[in-house]
Design a protein around this ligand. Structure first.
Ligand code: MG
Ligand code: ZN
Length: 184
């Protein structure tokens, strides 16, 4: 799943721990995925690194804050994958066209390989069409949540969500219902 606008409130280039605010119900939703035995992996574009808006230390502090808020509600993200790149950055080693900036699916592929996860039967959840497209490029079901950006209607087939949910809680509800259906 995506991070900003999906788990925590969308803040432009989130870089301060005091700006980390959980979207209501998000922690509980992640805890439900944990309990169901599903791996929870965050796939996040953080071009603020390439743009020089913040550095790795800032990102680590934000992550620690997010993990603390999630942990307080019994929720756990199994792994975070970030793309630090942008073609128009100012930080030289992050300024490039990469294959991991969503909608490119590089980070999902990497996570699946490193964690031994199956792409088929997995889901990608995010507040933007690029999140949906990123997942669908590798055959994941794409779920859009309405708690962050509003990109308007899909422009290409890969952006067409399999499901649109009000928030992460409803998205997880849909996933668990679907898996229960398949088990029957
Ligand atoms: Mg987002
Ligand atoms: Zn990248």
């Amino acid at each position: 799943m995506d991070r900003d606008g999906t788990i925590n409130e969308e803040v432009n280039y989130l870089s301060r721990p005091e700006d980390v605010r959980l979207i209501p119900g998000a922690a509980r939703a992640i805890a439900r995925l944990n309990a169901a035995g599903l791996a929870v992996v965050v796939i996040s574009n953080q071009s603020g690194l390439a743009r020089g808006y913040f550095d790795e230390a800032d990102l680590a502090v934000v992550q620690a804050r997010l993990n603390k808020l999630l942990g307080a509600e019994g929720a756990r993200v199994d792994a975070y994958y970030f793309c630090p790149h942008h073609p128009d950055g100012v930080v030289e080693h992050y300024t490039l066209v990469c294959d991991c900036r969503k909608p490119a699916p590089g980070l999902i592929r990497q996570a699946a390989e490193e964690m031994g996860l199956a792409l088929g039967g997995s889901f990608m959840i995010g507040d933007r069409l690029l999140d949906v497209a990123c997942g669908r490029a590798l055959g994941l079901a794409g779920i859009m949540v309405r708690t962050g950006h509003d990109d308007g209607p899909p422009r290409i087939a890969l952006e067409e969500p399999d499901h649109v949910a009000d928030d992460l809680a409803e998205a997880v509800e849909w996933i668990l219902a679907r898996l229960a259906e398949e088990d029957r």
